[in-house]
Design a protein around this ligand. Structure first.
Ligand code: PAF
Length: 297
């Protein structure tokens, strides 16, 4: 059994390191320093309880050097999905399964367009991690992961669960994906703009009010799109994610601090476009989308 993780960022390192005890794991990415560090001394995984694990996996930047994979986990940034889809197409076995665990609403269709819907599954993870350096990651909070139906999805979920990353196969991956999108739409831009941890978003009534406005707009778009969200109270859902990942710096905050592009287009940008299409006003999501776009130039 071989799993290839696409992406060498924080979550890529967490999933690769945890799975390596169970199966053969390869990492494939475009970040030269990340690949070099993993090959030189393995992944350095700082566990939430303070333990440090050094885990050996194979890493490279050339898909032609990676042997055929039973499973591909897509953990690149959403603006790199199209390239990752081409990689997945090259190295996935004909009966293999690629699972996107990325932020954003449009990764599944983009992956399926290249490798075929029958080899694509959409997943959602709430696990939070912080990139400390090339190949080095702090696992902040292990939270549930969900995978939609697909050939081998149950086997992959069992593997991940055995690796200490509890994973559930669900028929309602659309609802789960939108639930995560609601959380991302509220948490990611605000943490990135205010430069605070997820938990600190709950620190004042002003912060909580804006969190709720963003969440409510996102939930209204989801409902107008016919999605049955797995909660009634969008703000309550987002606040629960903030509490569960309180110590985490969101991925968007990490991107802004490191001067990298953000996933704002795949998170708030898509919501604004969907809102327009469906006649749902999204003024707060549009404002944070423009603020983040302006921040990174
Ligand atoms: O993008 C992120 O940081 C994560 O999706 C989440 C769940 C908001 C936790 O930080």
């Amino acid at each position: 059994m071989r799993v290839v993780v696409l992406g060498t960022g924080a979550l890529g390192c967490v999933f690769a390191a945890r799975l390596a005890a169970q199966v053969e794991v390869w990492m494939l990415g475009a970040w030269a320093e990340g690949i070099a560090a993993v090959n030189a001394r393995g992944i350095l995984l700082h566990e939430p309880d303070g333990r440090l694990a050094r885990v050996t996996v194979m890493a490279c930047s050339d898909p032609n050097q990676v042997p055929a994979a039973d499973f591909v986990l897509v953990l690149v940034k959403s603006y790199q999905t199209d390239r990752a889809a081409v990689w997945a197409g090259r190295l996935l076995k004909p009966d293999g399964l690629a699972v996107t665990l990325q932020n954003g609403l449009d990764n599944g269709p983009r992956l399926a367009a290249v490798i075929g819907a029958e080899r694509t599954a959409v997943g959602v993870t709430y696990t939070g991690a912080t990139r400390l350096g090339p190949g080095e990651v702090q696992l902040v909070a292990v939270q549930p992961t969900f995978i939609g139906p697909g050939r081998g999805a149950t086997q992959l979920a069992a593997l991940l669960t055995a690796a200490g990353l509890p994973t559930h196969v669900t028929d309602d991956i659309g609802g789960r994906l939108w639930a995560k999108a609601v959380a991302n739409a509220a948490i990611n831009p605000l943490t990135a703009l205010w430069r605070v941890t997820n938990g600190a978003l709950l620190a004042s009534p002003e912060r909580r009010a804006l969190l709720a406005l963003l969440a409510d707009e996102a939930a209204a778009v989801a409902r107008a799109a016919g999605v049955a969200l797995p909660f009634e109270d969008a703000a309550g859902h987002v606040e629960a994610v903030c509490r569960a990942t309180a110590a985490n710096r969101s991925s968007m905050l990490q991107d802004v601090l490191a001067g990298r592009p953000t996933e704002i287009d795949s998170i708030n940008g898509i919501l604004v476009a969907e809102g327009r299409r469906l006649g749902v006003p999204t003024p707060f999501n549009e404002a944070v989308w423009r603020l983040l776009r302006g921040l990174t130039g």
